[in-house]
Unconditional design. Structure first.
Ligand SMILES: [Zn+2]
Length: 472
């Protein structure tokens, strides 16, 4: 009884803190993977070789150097743009220079939303310019803009309680407190649809970020088919707070909003780079990041870092002559930002071969100091990954975080039952810069990128090479 109670307690404890270093993970979960544990431990020297090669050897600083060259040359790479396609061609060339020839691209029809003029001014209670960034797919205002009174709500419940007649003709400002990105982002992604349904003429959202230096954060949003599409944009935390204070003082706030944009579709491409497996070339371990970005900043962090650590993995293994038994595939997803468009297209195209994906990885939440992995899969799958993470004590990357939906693009495949993981890293400041003009090389650090590259390459190599498949 006591043991059972203890187990239940530990289980509860574990669920509350669903993050633990792998030693306590394997103990807490009673992991027993038999001889495989010894086999995994034997990769110790390969891991050391990869880390040495990347952190202090010939590859030192290379990830940062190539990433900087890339984002300086292309800058932002929005879905549907020519610059995105040029950047894809560049990455193919860069990879070919390494003697890797197994590269294919797959066409995908992607959204092409182009930001035009955007201007927001407060006209009452005082004149003030307000920085904005329109949200993805936002419709335009009339050419001369629109002026309307503002109502401020913290959440959808508050909006629902206001009679429609008091919302009609107004601008709704969502002013949610940032809890986590996942919990708060609904006010960006669904705000316009819900405000439009109540007759608002436009909607604004407090940027989905915990910190701000007057920087609005853009992002995707979706209209409802049967609701009038209204223009929608993000404002900075500072201006949201200012408007909130006026509102709480019962002052009438009037804003003038002008926005223009165009929207159509274009053909883009997912890029697949294979380092063919020696024994089971049809079996895949995938590493990935998305090559598109928002149209502001340089997309260095989101997701240039993830793109480049995934680009580096097959290349480093080739250089070190570490050929895994299964094929290591590196994927550069297109049009992630407008709704995981590349990932959905890949899943659909390769659906009959989904069973051949042994494990799928993506880095899309920063490439700061690696801490470990966020892992989806069965308990046994997680136990195997936990055993692998034990090899990364020297770089402090042994943490396993449980999640049923890690990553962004790969969530599309993980939902189909494929085990996978995203990079767990020291990304506490990720959402300070996310989807802003501040997403530049200044956020990146060469040594942290080296650690991510070494970690990413090593984990992918071991999973692609061990005798056991990752169970489903
Ligand atoms: Zn991203």
């Amino acid at each position: 009884m006591f043991i059972l109670a203890l187990k239940v307690f530990l289980l509860i404890l574990y669920q509350v803190h669903s993050e633990s270093d792998t030693k306590s993970y394997t103990e807490l979960n009673g992991c027993d993977i038999g001889d495989l544990a010894d086999e995994i431990a034997s990769y110790d020297t390969d891991v050391r070789d990869i880390i040495d090669y990347v952190v202090s050897g010939p590859f030192k600083g290379k990830t940062y150097y190539e990433l900087a060259k890339f984002v300086d040359l292309f800058g932002a790479r929005p879905s549907g743009s020519k610059v995105l396609e040029d950047s894809i061609d560049y990455m193919i060339q860069l990879t070919r220079q390494e003697g890797i020839q197994d590269i294919v691209t797959e066409d995908v029809e992607v959204p092409h939303w182009v930001r035009g003029t955007e201007k927001l001014s407060m006209v009452q209670p005082r004149i003030k310019d307000i920085s904005i960034l329109g949200l993805g797919r936002s419709v335009s205002t009339p050419p001369n803009g629109l002026s309307a009174e503002v109502i401020v709500v913290r959440n959808f419940d508050e909006l629902a309680k206001i009679p429609d007649k008091d919302v009609e003709g107004k601008i709704v400002l969502y002013d949610p407190k940032f809890i986590s990105y996942g919990e708060t982002v609904v006010y960006r992604s669904q705000g316009a649809a819900k405000a439009g349904a109540k007759g608002a003429v436009a909607s604004l959202v407090r940027s989905i970020a915990p910190f701000s230096i007057n920087s609005p954060h853009t992002g995707s949003q979706n209209y409802d088919d049967n609701v009038t599409k209204i223009p929608t944009a993000a404002i900075s935390l500072e201006d949201a707070d200012l408007i909130r204070r006026f509102y709480d003082r019962k002052e009438k706030i009037v804003l003038n909003l002008t926005m223009s944009s165009t929207y159509d579709t274009k053909i883009s491409r997912n890029t697949l780079i294979d380092l063919k497996g020696t024994n089971y070339p049809e079996q895949l371990v995938i590493v990935s990041g998305h090559i598109d970005s928002w149209d502001v900043g340089q997309g260095a962090m989101d997701d240039g870092g993830g793109l480049f650590v995934s680009w580096a993995a097959p290349l480093i293994l080739k250089r070190l002559n570490l050929r895994p038994k299964r094929t290591l595939r590196s994927i550069f997803w297109t049009a992630e930002e407008l709704g995981l468009v590349g990932a959905y297209a890949y899943e659909e195209k390769h659906r009959k071969d989904n069973h051949k994906i042994n494990f799928i990885m993506e880095s899309d939440e920063g490439t700061f100091s690696p801490r470990g992995l966020v892992v989806a899969g069965t308990p046994k799958a997680r136990c195997i990954v936990a055993e692998i993470l034990k090899l990364f004590e020297s770089i402090n990357a042994t943490t396993l975080v449980e999640s049923d939906s890690p990553g962004s693009d790969i969530a599309v495949l993980i939902q189909k039952g494929i085990p996978g993981a995203s990079l767990h890293n020291a990304n506490e400041r990720y959402f300070w810069f996310h989807h802003t003009e501040g997403d530049t090389m200044n956020v990146e650090d060469p040594e942290e990128l080296d650690l991510c590259t070494a970690f990413w390459t090593s984990v992918a190599y071991i999973i692609a090479d061990i005798s056991a498949d990752i169970p489903r």
